[in-house]
Design a protein around this ligand. Structure first.
Ligand SMILES: NC(=O)c1ccc[n+]([C@@H]2O[C@H](COP(=O)([O-])OP(=O)(O)OC[C@H]3O[C@@H](n4cnc5c(N)ncnc54)[C@H](OP(=O)(O)O)[C@@H]3O)[C@@H](O)[C@H]2O)c1
Length: 351
């Protein structure tokens, strides 16, 4: 008889006792017996959140073995891969190994199905037995190990029309394009900051789709290097090279590009600190600023906007929006440009 689990997984929280799994310090990652509402998976690959992986690589001086050691330490200490320095996790792909008795009739999953988790590794009980390969330039790590999804957890079956590691890479940031889809209206001027990477380019694509031919998608990239991937994208109207942490200089560039009108919607997909004001300044009054970036400070955004008397609606980029996985996988199907680019960037031979 399996033990009865809590829908949100609080039965796995070791400390502190009142926490939900995401905010908990430590989770129980002993899977010798699962609870009746859990899905146990054999994990194949972890996709580590970009901010977290940059932090780990920096601490490891770019040495893959040291990266492995840091990751093993995190999981041994916390029972999950929540980098304590960034607070973020990532996602995994794996094979369903066991489905709790209470869930069997409620799910169309069967043992052996390959899935991508759509909840963060920062709340997912995980055990790593061995690290097989660290893909340093992709933020993906092949492992032997297991993880548990809770009843409230979300997942998607891996599509069979694209490589697994491509699906994993885009699923990590699936919320971004889905948020853009909700926030952008036809004719809008939309700026995407941090446009060169995964969430940035997906956001540009969806922004153009929603803003339409009368709208304008402005892609803001950090530096000249790698700019061509954005400049060549058929869904980007204008590329600006600018740093969001140099807010006034960025404002001048966006003023020039918009005849002083600024943007209806700004999406921040950056990975570094102090970019809040760059995003806020380039939005027009009563515009929308969505912070998808994990490096966002609520205090800096709220007090910063107040400090300059800027009345904008600020939105925290929830990693989950209903339908986000399907919308993002469909972008990979619809956009040959993005599919080719992301295949080059993120597809590995493993597992
Ligand atoms: N909200 C959520 O649920 C959720 C889920 C997953 C990820 N995230 C977060 O979303 C963000 C984006 O992730 P990602 O994987 O798409 O991309 P990423 O690999 O983190 O890339 C971030 C981009 O920001 C650019 N950038 C860094 N500093 C900048 C600055 N000062 N001004 C302008 N651009 C700057 C970088 O440019 P260079 O490449 O030139 O350095 C890079 O292109 C990260 O913070 C990640 O942690 C959020």
């Amino acid at each position: 008889m399996q033990k009865k689990g809590n829908i949100y997984g609080i039965h796995r929280v070791l400390e502190p006792g009142n926490a939900l799994p995401q905010s908990a310090l430590r989770l129980d990652n002993n899977f010798s017996e699962i609870y009746d509402n859990e899905i146990l998976c054999d994990v194949l690959t972890l996709n580590i959140d970009a901010a977290s992986f940059v932090d780990i690589k920096t601490r490891a001086a770019n040495d893959p073995q040291t990266v492995s050691k840091i990751m093993l330490d995190i999981v041994a200490k916390f029972g999950k891969h929540k980098n304590p320095r960034t607070g973020s996790g990532g996602m995994f792909i794996g094979k369903v190994a066991k489905i709790g008795a209470a869930l069997r009739d409620k799910t169309d999953l069967t043992e052996g199905d390959e899935i991508a988790s759509l909840v963060s590794l920062s709340l997912t009980p995980l055990r790593i037995d061995e690290i097989l390969d660290v893909h340093m330039d992709k933020g993906q790590v092949d492992i032997k190990g297991q993880a548990v999804l809770f009843e409230s957890g979300i997942w998607v079956k891996l599509p069979n029309d694209m490589p697994k590691t491509l699906a994993l890479a885009v699923m990590d940031v699936a919320g971004a394009a889905a948020l853009v889809d909700r926030l952008v209206s036809p004719g809008d001027t939309v700026a995407i900051i941090g446009a060169r990477e995964k969430s940035g380019l997906l956001s540009c694509y969806q922004a153009k789709k929603k803003a339409g031919p009368n709208g304008k998608v402005i892609a803001i990239v950090h530096r000249e290097e790698g700019k061509e991937d954005v400049a060549n994208a058929p869904f980007v109207d204008k590329v600006i090279v600018g740093k969001a942490d140099h807010a006034v200089s960025l404002l001048q560039k966006v003023e020039q590009a918009t005849d002083g009108n600024l943007c209806h919607v700004v999406i921040s997909c950056v990975s570094t600190d102090n970019c809040e004001m760059g995003a806020i300044l380039i939005a027009r009054d009563r515009g929308k600023v969505c912070f998808f970036s994990m490096a966002t400070s609520f205090t800096k955004a709220a007090l910063g906007a107040e400090g300059i008397g800027k009345d904008v609606e600020m939105i925290i980029g929830n990693g989950y929006c209903a339908g986000h996985a399907e919308l993002t996988l469909n972008i990979m199907r619809q956009s040959e440009y993005l599919r080719n680019l992301y295949t080059r960037r993120y597809v590995t031979d493993h597992p």
